[in-house]
Structures are given as structure tokens and as C-alpha cells.
Design a protein around this ligand. Sequence first.
Ligand code: FES
Length: 149
Amino acid sequence: MKFKYSCLSRRRFLSWLGGGWLVTLLASLIYPLFKAVIPPYREPDEVALPLSEVTELPPNSIKFFSWGIKPGILKRNEDGYLVAFVGVCTHLDCNVQYLADQKRFFCACHDGWYDENGQNIAGPPPKPLRRLFLYEENDKLLIRREEKK
Ligand code: FES
């Protein structure tokens, strides 16, 4: 029985190797340019929401807002106080949802759970949901990344 197989000629192999080298070189030149044109994500220092939108929020309910490219969650507790979180799981950044009937936050990616205060209580999340700081100013609710000093 005779086997048929094709073998790369030396010339073809060297040509292929040279092409790969050229592609690698071009990629190493283009990547820094690409990174300079599209800078990395930076989250906002502050987001302002009209107070009129917030006052309508009933107890034990949430409102989503944009926190840069991530969702933010504003929640009114049963006692009327407002709290705000970055609405992504601390495990691998999936979006979380609030289950009002269970008073818990849920991450569907890997079955992660947080209590109503954002504390991680079950599943893989290693840390609580990230809290944001709230301030009232004139007719706006300011949601800040860091505490005002
Ligand atoms: S990303 Fe939320 S549990 Fe894994």
C-alpha cells in the first residue's frame, strides 16, 4: 500500500515563516497606535440624576442608571434610604439584577448572590457589590465614585 502525502517544500516553508514574522511585526506596530486612539475605560467621577426621578422610586425597588459603560443601581430601602451600587458582579463583571420578592441581588452567570445591602452571601462573588456615594445638591442627586471631603 502506498501513502500519498504532501510535504512542504523548504522554499514554501521559509516563505510561510517570513509571512508570519511580518504579520507579528505589523501587529506590534499597530497595537500601540490602536491603544493611543482608543484609551482604556475610565469610570466617571460623578453622575447626576434629577431628584424628581428619584423621589418617585417606591420602597424595595431599584432604578438603573448609566455608570460609564457599566450599569449603576439606585435602590430605595424599606426605610426610605437610598443606596447605590455599581451593578456588576464582583466575580467576573456580569450584570446583576435585583429580585425584589427575595430582597436579594442575583448574578446569573455563575449563580452569585448578594443580600439587599450588596453583601456577597452565596456563590463565587468574592466581595460585596461596590457602593457609590450619594449627595443631594439643588435639584439633583449626585452619585459619586468617592466620598466627598
Ligand atoms: S460573574 Fe457573577 S457569579 Fe460569576
